[in-house]
Design a protein. Structure first.
Length: 387
């Protein structure tokens, strides 16, 4: 992305200004560990080299003026730093507004307004978390412009709080954490409940990460998500009649297999099996990467998809066709990523097969589904920062 062009755009939109500063927050993808966070398990995301740029400078008054190159038809959206409320008409601008409010509510001194131009190159609706990216870009610009004494974990928590309380979306903390705490060429093994984390090196010599977007809108995701949560809660209650555990994430595969008879309902037993085995896969994946064993990591990704398809039942024909075609056409590992019922698959593909892979998988998908998938070759980048 050409930063000079964005700075020039900023000057055109807001008039030439002194004190212009530039910030960036990445998107993220979860490499393995799906539907584990609310079951007391780990997730395994990484930050990407795609993301949200924010060009900003302070004002002398209390006005906040927001403009997005991605939503130019909406023009400049104005708010006041002393009165920040959710406004449906403000559309995307509610995300930065919410973050400012959370910072102020937490006691951080933001005495004046500011002007900011945003530009994101995260594909819209691809499930790479553009909303959390805007939140962290806003956090980092507030820290920079107002010289705030705040660390990244606190910014991550306030960004999540903004999405929960200001926007009204009950998201977990994984997206904001991966975007804030990302590290180039590393994934993060994160316990979303305790925020304990460790980095694992992802050495992809001659291999690329390819995100494949089904372009199917996720209509079912919210209701099915709630259904899966309650099925897992029911399974946990049955296991707790005998076992002293606080979550499904506390179980090894062996301990689960020895006690699964306690879960009489066969569907609930399969849901619990996914939660237990998927959590163990995140731990095995960390070890595989620390050992430099990409082949094993790919195999764990494949097992993750099969479990999400058969035991958790959150895939769909679009995702299954993409992933199965990827397996056939040279992917070292491929799986759905995100909530499911649409969205994206993540693939590890040897560089020498990239062009052929995208061509063949894309052709098979369009033939079977009737419309195109989109493919993005991405790298693992650093977290949110001033640039």
């Amino acid at each position: 992305m050409n930063l000079d062009n964005l700075v020039n755009d900023f000057k055109k939109v807001f008039g030439t200004k002194e004190g212009i500063r530039t910030f960036f927050a990445p998107g993220r993808v979860n490499l393995i560990g799906e539907h584990t966070d609310y079951n007391g398990g780990h997730v395994f995301p990484c930050a990407l080299d795609l993301g949200t740029y924010a060009i900003a400078c302070k004002r002398d008054d209390s006005k906040i003026r927001l403009y997005s190159r991605n939503f130019e038809d909406l023009g400049i959206i104005e708010a006041d730093v002393s009165h920040l409320v959710y406004d449906k008409k403000h559309d995307w601008a509610n995300y930065p507004k919410g973050v400012v409010k959370m910072f102020k509510d937490a006691g951080y001194k933001i005495q004046t307004g500011f002007e900011v131009l945003f530009f994101g190159n995260i594909p819209n609706g691809a499930g790479l978390s553009s909303s959390a990216s805007i939140e962290l870009a806003t956090s980092i610009l507030l820290k920079g412009l107002f010289n705030l004494d705040i660390d990244m974990i606190e910014m991550v928590k306030l960004s999540q709080k903004s999405e929960n309380e200001f926007i009204g979306v009950n998201c977990g903390i994984m997206d904001q954490f991966a975007i804030g705490m990302g590290k180039k060429d590393h994934a993060i093994l994160l316990d979303a409940n305790t925020l304990k984390y460790e980095y694992a090196p992802v050495k992809l010599d001659g291999i690329s990460i390819v995100i494949a977007n089904t372009n199917k809108r996720r209509g079912l995701a919210a209701s099915k998500y709630n259904e899966r949560r309650s099925e897992c809660e029911n399974a946990l209650k049955k296991l707790q009649e005998k076992l002293n555990i606080s979550s499904l994430g506390d179980l090894s595969e062996e301990r689960f297999e020895a006690n699964k008879y306690l879960i009489k309902n066969e569907i609930e037993r399969r849901r619990a099996k996914h939660a237990v085995y998927e959590n163990q896969r995140t731990i095995k994946a960390t070890k595989a990467l620390n050992d430099g064993n990409i082949e094993l990591f790919g195999k764990l990704m494949n097992e993750s998809h099969i479990s999400l398809r058969d035991d958790y039942e959150v895939t769909c024909s679009e995702l299954d066709i993409l992933v199965e075609s990827s397996w056939k056409n040279g992917a070292i590992g491929a799986r759905m990523t995100g909530a499911g019922f649409g969205g994206c698959a993540v693939n590890l593909v040897p560089d020498n097969k990239l062009t052929e892979f995208i061509e063949k998988v894309g052709k098979e998908y369009e033939e079977k589904i009737g419309y195109e998938a989109d493919f993005y070759v991405v790298s693992i980048g650093d977290g949110a920062r001033e640039i």
